[in-house]
Design a protein around this ligand. Structure first.
Ligand SMILES: Cc1cc2nc3c(=O)[nH]c(=O)nc-3n(C[C@H](O)[C@H](O)[C@H](O)COP(=O)(O)OP(=O)(O)OC[C@H]3O[C@@H](n4cnc5c(N)ncnc54)[C@H](O)[C@@H]3O)c2cc1C
Length: 383
């Protein structure tokens, strides 16, 4: 058994207990109030979840992505916003480990490990989601490597209100480049921040930024000067980790939809028996279980490929994210049909899952856009 395998058992158990005892009893109120309470975030940090991927040599637990699949899935059975809130620091860890300079690694990774800093990961702009060629934010280098002047707009920056550092895709010398941007000067005239209101995935900060000639003296290019022009490859590479995180959110939602369907099947009296006596219900529950098993197998396989940096890691993590998220939306709809009017109360768990599940179809790439890219690649290979 590897060190990380030995370490993951207690973490998963601790997270499952945290979800059962602390999250599920109060999640409806947090969702209603659109708040992830500070003490809940502190408990996640104390459990070591946000910095779990930080390597041992940088003070972390050195867990692998596949180790974290059951952890992220359990968290998502409580609330996908918890899994989403820890994701950007995982993405930043992957970026730094693969592409950071030794100084950048030494500055941020130990802080991620101990939880004294967390990160945001910012690609999207108002006019640029899947299409990175439309990224327009510019970082103009200041003389003598003393930071950058930023102009442009960013959108949907998870954790972007309070993260200590933002990994930001912008154009440096015209080339797509990942900038490591400490949060100094955020929420000022030159770096304005707006928090976006959302229908679901509540409690996660989703920020919009406007940079107007913002002098970011502490900003650096990921990987040093040679990193200019490598930002798209670097940040898309890290998204493999993020797609597994999103797929785990979907698995947690499917788990809860199955639980709701079973509760309804066994507890709801219809005629002389219960709902689950009827074949249409048995068929639906069977289909739900079968698709859940298919999705969980694919997610685990994709996580192993991401850990191994395998050639097909991008394809597999894309497929896992798409299949798991589409299944989550379908599963919630199926469970809601069985529950009928009871799923329509605003404080019912299925009502929240109906609002949360579509986030998994959008986060880390809109499913349609991901399938387009996958299909194009297949066709090009066949030509
Ligand atoms: C709650 C939430 C949190 C998020 N968090 C973050 C974050 O932390 N950091 C971040 O950078 N982003 C974040 N995002 C943004 C998210 O990653 C993007 O929304 C996603 O990548 C899709 O981009 P888009 O919404 O602009 O849709 P688009 O990319 O514009 O896609 C819309 C549709 O256009 C079509 N389409 C796309 N590409 C093509 C093509 N090449 N050819 C033809 N048709 C095409 C598809 O049908 C697609 O469904 C978040 C989004 C949400 C909703």
């Amino acid at each position: 058994m590897s060190t990380s395998e030995a370490a993951v058992v207690p973490l998963h158990d601790a997270v499952a207990t945290f979800v059962a005892d602390t999250v599920l009893p109060d999640v409806a109120a947090w969702d209603r109030d659109d708040v992830l309470p500070d003490e809940i975030w502190e408990q996640l940090v104390a459990l070591g979840v946000p910095g779990a991927l930080v390597p041992v040599e940088h003070g972390g637990a050195g867990r692998s992505v596949v180790d974290l699949v059951p952890v992220w899935r359990s968290l998502s059975q409580g609330w996908i916003s918890l899994t989403g809130a820890v994701n950007p620091t995982g993405l930043a860890t992957a970026l730094l480990v693969r592409d950071g300079t030794p100084e950048q690694q030494a500055r941020w990774l130990p802080r991620f490990a101990e939880g004294s800093a967390h990160a945001a990961f910012s690609i999207t702009e108002p006019q640029a989601g899947s299409d990175l060629s439309r990224i327009a934010t510019v970082g103009a280098p200041l003389p003598e490597g003393d930071g950058l002047v930023l102009d442009g707009r960013k959108r949907w920056v998870a954790g972007g209100v309070s993260a200590e550092v933002v990994f930001l895709l912008c154009r440096v010398e015209g080339e797509l480049t990942c900038v490591v941007l400490p949060a100094d000067g955020r929420d000022s005239e030159s770096w304005q921040v707006e928090e976006l209101d959302k229908i679901g995935y509540r409690g996660v900060e989703s920020a919009a930024y406007v940079f107007t000639h913002h002098h970011a003296t502490g900003a650096e290019i990921l990987g040093g000067p040679e990193g200019v022009g490598r930002g798209a490859r670097q940040m898309l590479g890290a998204l493999g980790v993020g797609r597994i995180n999103v797929a785990c959110r979907a698995l947690g939602i499917i788990d809860r939809a199955l639980t709701a369907a079973l509760d309804e099947s066994t507890g709801r009296e219809i005629g002389d028996g219960v709902l689950g006596d009827h074949t249409h219900v048995q068929l639906r529950v069977g289909a739900l279980r079968a698709r859940l098993m298919a999705a969980e197998s694919l997610v685990e396989r994709a996580a192993r490929a991401v850990d191994a940096d395998a050639e097909n890691a991008r394809e597999l993590s894309t497929a896992a994210k798409v299949i798991a998220s589409d299944t989550a939306v379908w599963a919630v709809d199926l469970a809601a049909r069985l529950s009928a009017s009871r799923s329509y109360r605003s404080d019912d768990e299925l009502a929240r899952l109906r609002r949360d599940a579509p986030q998994t179809q959008i986060g880390e790439g809109a499913n349609d856009a991901l399938l387009l890219a996958l299909g194009r690649g297949e066709i090009a290979d066949a030509e």
